[in-house]
Design a protein around this ligand. Structure first.
Ligand SMILES: C[S@@+](CC[C@H](N)C(=O)[O-])C[C@H]1O[C@@H](n2cnc3c(N)ncnc32)[C@H](O)[C@@H]1O
Length: 442
């Protein structure tokens, strides 16, 4: 069976590594996600364990759809009894580009008609539509007149872990935070600190990863648990998988610190950490008062890009001088502009471009060398470091069957400094992001 797990753009390599570690089948990173081939059980595992995936799709069929009849006939010719009965609810999300059919709403409508007409013919009754919480969420992807039909295993996007009770301006999505931590090469043993923690997402994700807490455990059930194919043996498998995941959790792990200048952010982090069962060591203080971790560890943070009290340049200059005092630490910062890196005055090891909704970030990584407060120019993070992933993205774009698409979602609420609004993607929208926002549903 063929699957496609979606991820925020730029985090595909991290998702690929994560899926490889799960031993769920053959994996191949692509633009916007990772293809994998394996069993349904492997896909169940991905839903339960992946920290980085947003959705997991099961590929059903690809066919040519030059017009509405082609689309209707193609969908109607599939055996929908395999996937849902009239007592199951459905929702259809559609995406189209470079095709004769141009309206996603219309495509979704036609797809729904084809399915429910088949049901009416066969059973005299049909499934009803539930846009918010369907038993069987279906995704229609139409590019260059090729329609691909998928089932969405998770239902609700996997980044919704259920612990975000309070938020702050410009929070990171949980899956993006998890990807940053993985891409930064944190070993899950060294102390971890986010000194500008906002609602605590990075610290909570670090805690859960270091304690081996499966992110999907907080979810009562996934959409696939309501499918007709989810029989008693699948139910048994899933219950054993959950049991095993609970048994694999570990008590001990490194200390995880988080702090913020803003009292409300510290409060939000505390509330979220309690909801996530995470014992984060929280403090209200400025990053400019940050002391070295003992033993030296990882500082991973998403600094503000809308400072009111200081100009960005001043702030980043001071931040760079502070970070230089953290001998033998690794630092990874999510920056929205390259100029911020210059203002820090630190020389990076490498960077990775990624997106939080519409906002383009550079996860920029530094090694603070021992002794002379110097930053390293050639520090190694891990074996297959690259100076930049831009070229890789270019290659991925060429190779992708969905080329030309890229994630675009809702923008964070954070304010931005004058004349330096966060960079938005200049790429076309991605179908995968459309799905995670609900898209056009019928
Ligand atoms: C972009 S937000 C971080 C969002 C966070 N990653 C999340 O997921 O919620 C930046 C945070 O930096 C904090 N901040 C700004 N200046 C600071 C300073 N000098 N010291 C510590 N925190 C600061 C802000 O209060 C804000 O919560």
């Amino acid at each position: 069976m063929d699957f496609f797990a979606t991820a925020a753009k730029g985090t595909e390599p991290a998702l690929r590594d994560e899926l490889i570690h799960m031993h769920i089948g053959r994996v191949r990173a692509d633009r916007g996600g990772v293809h994998f081939t394996g069993s349904l059980e492997g896909a169940y595992k991905a839903c339960l364990y992946s920290r980085i995936a947003l959705r997991v799709f099961l590929h059903l069929r690809t066919f040519e759809a030059l017009d509405e009849d082609g689309l209707y006939d193609g969908i109607r010719s599939m055996d929908w009894d395999e996937h849902l009965s009239p007592s199951h609810t459905l929702a259809i999300t559609a995406w189209c580009r470079d095709s004769a059919l141009t309206h996603t709403n219309y495509v979704a409508q036609k797809a729904k008609d084809a399915i429910v007409d088949q049901q009416r013919d066969r059973h005299g009754k049909r499934s009803s539509v539930d846009r918010k919480d369907a038993d069987v969420p279906i995704f229609v992807h139409l590019v260059k007149n090729q329609a691909t039909i998928y089932l969405d295993l998770a239902g609700q996007s996997l980044h919704r872990r259920g612990y975000r009770r309070r938020s702050v301006d410009a929070p990171l999505k949980e899956n993006l935070a998890a990807a940053c931590i993985r891409l930064a090469g944190w070993d899950r043993k060294s102390p971890f600190c986010d000194p500008m923690c906002g609602s605590g997402t990075l610290a909570i994700e670090a805690w859960q990863w270091s304690r081996n807490i499966a992110p999907g455990l907080s979810r009562k059930r996934f959409a696939f648990e309501r499918w007709p194919s989810f029989d008693s043996s699948a139910r048994k498998y899933m219950s054993e998988l959950r049991e095993q995941a609970r048994a694999d959790e570990i008590e001990d792990g490194p200390e995880i610190f988080a702090s913020d200048l803003d009292h409300k952010a510290v409060m939000a982090s505390e509330i979220n950490a309690v909801a996530a069962r995470a014992k984060i060591i929280l403090d209200k203080k400025s990053v400019l008062d940050l002391a070295p971790l003992s033993p030296p560890g990882f500082v991973i943070s998403n600094p503000p890009y809308g400072q009111r009290l200081m100009t960005d340049r001043e702030f980043y200059g001071k931040l760079g001088r502070k970070l230089r005092t953290l001998s033998n630490h690794k630092v990874a910062l999510l920056l929205i502009k390259e100029s911020m890196e210059r203002d820090l005055g630190l020389r990076r090891d490498k960077f990775q471009i990624m997106f939080n909704g519409d906002i383009r970030f550079r996860l920029t990584m530094f090694t603070i060398k021992h002794g002379k407060n110097k930053v390293s120019s050639k520090a190694s993070w891990h074996k297959n470091d690259r100076p930049s992933v831009d070229k890789k993205h270019h290659r991925a774009k060429k190779a992708s069957p969905h080329k030309g698409s890229s994630p675009k979602g809702s923008s964070p609420k954070g304010s931005s400094p004058k004349g330096s609004s966060p960079k938005k993607s200049s790429h076309k929208r991605s179908p995968w992001d459309e799905v995670k926002r609900g898209g056009h549903k019928h």
